[in-house]
Design a protein around this ligand. Structure first.
Ligand SMILES: [Zn+2]
Length: 130
């Protein structure tokens, strides 16, 4: 039985990322991934790109998330965060300050298809093209 438990824990801790989507006050789409916030960036035919919000600070974190448009669990991180403190507690707190339900992430298609056209283009976004 101990063996089973071990496997179970392994599965849980094997970096199953927590993904949430929300909308900023300015109407931009936000992605929360493991307690870090990302802004909607560019997209291409198959992928959405999310930019770490630390990019807009002095630190200029280079991280991008490349996410499959049709499967939000299919993504990869490009580059490494420059600011990550490995304090789980802090990350959790950051998420808690958001008014997000602590449930499973809502699937994103609804947000996406509706808002794309009307989405105001952030000036910051124009600085970055893929
Ligand atoms: Zn970052």
């Amino acid at each position: 039985m101990t063996h089973n438990n071990y496997l179970c824990c392994q599965a849980i801790s094997s970096k199953q990322p927590k993904i949430q989507f929300s909308v900023s006050k300015r109407g931009g789409q936000l992605l929360w991934l493991d307690g870090l916030k990302y802004f909607r960036n560019n997209e291409n035919r198959t992928n959405l790109f999310w930019r770490c919000h630390w990019y807009y600070r002095r630190i200029r974190c280079p991280v991008l998330i490349c996410m499959n448009k049709y499967d939000s669990s299919d993504f990869r991180q490009i580059h490494k965060h420059r600011h990550v403190k490995l304090s789980k507690k802090q990350q959790a707190m950051e998420v808690d300050t958001l008014e997000l339900p602590n449930e499973l992430p809502t699937p994103l298609p609804v947000i996406n298809s509706k808002c794309d056209a009307a989405l105001p283009v952030d000036t910051e976004q124009e600085m970055f093209t893929i």
